[in-house]
Each structure stands twice: as C-alpha cells, then as structure tokens.
Design a protein around this ligand. Structure first.
Ligand SMILES: [Mn+2]
Length: 434
C-alpha cells in the first residue's frame, strides 16, 4: 500500500496565489491586517538576486510550519520594473507578470506603524533609503552574501535567520536554508489546481535566474561557490521531476498546461536569454542607465551613489556620436543632484572581445567628496589595479578643487560593487577624520 494518504499532503499556494494573498493582507484595512506584518525585502539595486530571493524566501518561509504570512517586497517603485526586461523572462515560466510583484508603491501611505511590522533582509544586511528611516529598528534577521555591516544583532529572535556566507548569489543561501521546506512540499498540490511538480518548476525558474546570472552560468571562478552549485542542482532536480512527470502524463492525457506548452528548461538557453535582456540598455536615456542598477549609502553626513552599467563607457557614451561624453557627464551630474550625492560612482562590467572588463568612474562633487576620492585613490588604487581611462578622457577637476571626477580601467576585475562600495565608504569615513 502506498503510504502517502491525502491527509499527509496539505495544499499550498501557487506562487501567483501566494503573491495575491500577500498583496491582499497588505492592502486590507489596518485592523484586519496580520500583526505584526512580516516583510522580506532585498536591496535597493533591485537586481534579479534581490527581487527573486525576496519572493522565494517569503514563499518558503510562509510555508514553513509555525511561521505566518511573509510579504515579499520588491525594493523599487513599480515604474522601475520596466527597466528590467530580464524580469519578464523569469516571471513568465513561473506563471507570473510584473504586476503580480509587490513594490514600494504598494506600501500603505498611512496606518503602517513601524511597531506593527517585522523585516527580514535578503541580499543586504542594513536597510537603506526610504525604508531605513521608518523600519530599521524592526529588522529581525537576514540572509546575505555581502560584507556584514554590523547592524544585525548576533542574538536575533529565536527562529529567525542570521546567515552570512560568501557566494555568487544570495539565492543560493536562501535555497540552502529552505531546502527542508521545499522538499516537504513535494506532494502538496496548490489550492488553485497547479500540481505540486508544476509549482516546484515555477519556483525553480525564479530561483535559478539570479544564480545563473550572478555566476555567469556557474563559469565565473571568482564568484561560483559550492553553495551556488548545490542550489542549482536542487532547483534543477525539481525541474527534472516536473519534466519527467509531464512526459509520462502527456502519454495518457491530452490537455497540457501552460507550463507544459513551453520548451523544456535548458540551463545554457535560460542563462543566455536572461543575459541578453539584462544587457539591453541601448536607447535608454542616461538617467535610466544610471538608475537601473543603483545603490545609495549614507556615510556620516555624506551621500554615496553607485551605478552598475552593463556596457563599457565607450559603448555607453557612443549612442549619438560626438558630444555624448559631455551629455553622459551632464546626466550623471543631474542624477547626483537629484540623489543628493557627495560622491557619484559608476562601475561598468562588460566583455569586449570576450575579455571581462571593469571600468570605474568616481566623482567627488563637494569638498568632502573630493577629499574622500583622494583617500580612496591612496588606499585602493594599487589593490584595484586602477589605470587611467582613455588618457583621462572623462576626468575633470582635481584634488583640492571643488570637484574631482576621475575615470579608470579597473584591472582587478574580481572586485565588484560588493567590494568597491565598502572601499569608497571606508575612504569617506577615514577622510572625514583627517
Ligand atoms: Mn546579490
């Protein structure tokens, strides 16, 4: 006799159903909301890792016994979802649309008292921006692969996660943490009729996207770790069992679901599709290029903003020919003004001729910002292998002047924003002491 009676297989929500329930809870009148309301949020760059980690962690956390509803919050305004065309390619095989995601625009303007909320952070470990002002005191745990900023207390409340590890994608840590829950759901079909295997395949697509992007399809030696390899194996095993089930079922049944219509998962194809979409910035206004993958920090009284751009500066500023460098610089100045920055930084990541290349532009826009740029150069120029970019073609001002803009080729390509951001912040702290 098979020993899996129906009673042992409670239903669960599909991803779509889960997001609808979370939205409903958030938008219901204050008196009817769960208390506390628990959020899972990624960082403000709102890249695939942050967006997908929040959704997947909130989903599994909600489906872990003894935990209530967790609301995944996409840390960006709704309109900015459109700047991430790769997101469509992740959400589609998961049966989702960008509209299903919950963004900063969905937070109630009134009646959301900080003391009635709890926050779990993924892909960062200190709230920033608008959320920090209200909710920093309500953070109860994190799962992250960035440098520990020392904000999350070591004695988090019982049952809350406090996990740090260096790996390519935060999602890999999320899956390691949630594997028992995921495995426990293997026989649970969804309330809306989605089969367990199809729901798992949907989750797997969302989980795999950031891991493949962040590790360059598991080929980056600098970034790929065992965490990433194991997480990929776990998610792909779910896809494999869905595909084998739908194959055997399609022999007896003639009604394929939307999922079964789609081409089977292929790691290389999925990664290539996501990469192509992610690197589409041609035609975007410079302001959108600069805010598409952007992080802002406050260090003391100084503001630092850092944009990651997925094309090199020559390509980025070549869209309309002569004069475009000036237009790019003007757009960066305007963005820095809008963001209240003392230092505006741009890091490019590209592969011209197949060679992985980084460039770094750092612009001190105030006296203190200029001093910090000098300190950054003294401390880190050698470590980062900084070399003048195109004979100083984007440089301006200088140390001791009111502004200083300097652009380099960064030969030490293993250092991403994850490393260079903290270096700039260290320089800001240290130059303030002088
Ligand atoms: Mn990340």
């Amino acid at each position: 006799m098979p020993s899996t009676p129906v009673a042992m297989s409670p239903t669960r929500a599909s991803l779509k159903g889960f997001l609808a329930t979370a939205r409903k809870a958030l938008l219901s009148p204050p008196a009817q909301r769960p208390k506390p309301l628990t959020f899972v949020v990624g960082n403000e760059s709102a890249d695939l890792d942050s967006l997908c980690s929040a959704v997947v962690f909130a989903y599994f956390r909600t489906h872990t016994p003894a935990h209530g509803l967790h609301i995944p919050l996409s840390n960006l305004p709704r309109a900015d979802l459109a700047l991430r065309p790769e997101l469509q390619a992740v959400l589609h095989p998961a049966g989702l649309k960008p509209d299903d995601l919950i963004t900063l625009c969905d937070l109630p303007r009134e009646g959301l008292h900080p003391q009635d909320t709890r926050w779990l952070l993924v892909d960062h470990n200190a709230l920033t921006g608008r959320l920090a002002a209200s909710f920093s005191g309500q953070v109860v745990g994190c799962i992250d692969h960035h440098v520990d900023e020392g904000v999350i207390p070591h004695d988090v409340p019982e049952g809350q996660p406090r996990r740090f590890a260096t790996c390519g994608s935060c999602m890999s840590l999320v899956l390691d943490h949630c594997k028992p829950t995921w495995d426990s759901l293997a026989a649970s079909a969804c309330e809306d009729g989605t089969s367990a295997a199809e729901c798992d395949a949907q989750l797997a697509h969302v989980a795999l996207a950031p891991i493949l992007i962040d590790t360059i399809n598991l080929t980056s030696k600098d970034k790929t770790t065992d965490w990433d390899v194991h997480a990929t194996e776990l998610a792909e095993s779910k896809l494999a069992s869905f595909e084998s089930q739908s194959q055997s079922r399609s022999q007896v049944q003639t009604q394929p679901s939307a999922q079964e219509d789609a081409a089977p998962y292929n790691r290389e194809t999925y990664h290539a599709t996501l990469t192509t979409l992610k690197e589409q910035i041609a035609g975007l206004p410079y302001r959108d290029v600069l805010r598409k993958d952007y992080k802002r920090w406050t260090e003391g009284s100084l503001g630092l903003g850092m944009s990651t751009v997925v094309q090199d500066l020559t390509t980025t500023t070549a869209t309309a020919g002569e004069g475009e460098r000036g237009a790019f610089v003007a757009a960066l100045r305007a963005w820095a003004g809008e963001q209240g920055l003392d230092i505006a930084a741009v890091m490019t990541v590209s592969r011209p001729g197949g060679v992985f290349t980084r460039e770094l532009l750092v612009w001190g826009l105030s006296e203190a910002g200029v001093a910090a740029v000098g300190e950054f150069r003294r401390r880190f120029a050698e470590k980062l292998g900084l070399e003048s970019w195109e004979g100083g073609g984007l440089d301006g001002g200088g140390e001791g002047e009111g502004e200083w803009r300097v652009c380099w080729r960064q030969k030490e390509v293993s250092c991403s924003r994850k490393q260079v951001g903290p270096m700039l912040r260290e320089a800001m702290r240290e130059s303030a002491k002088l």
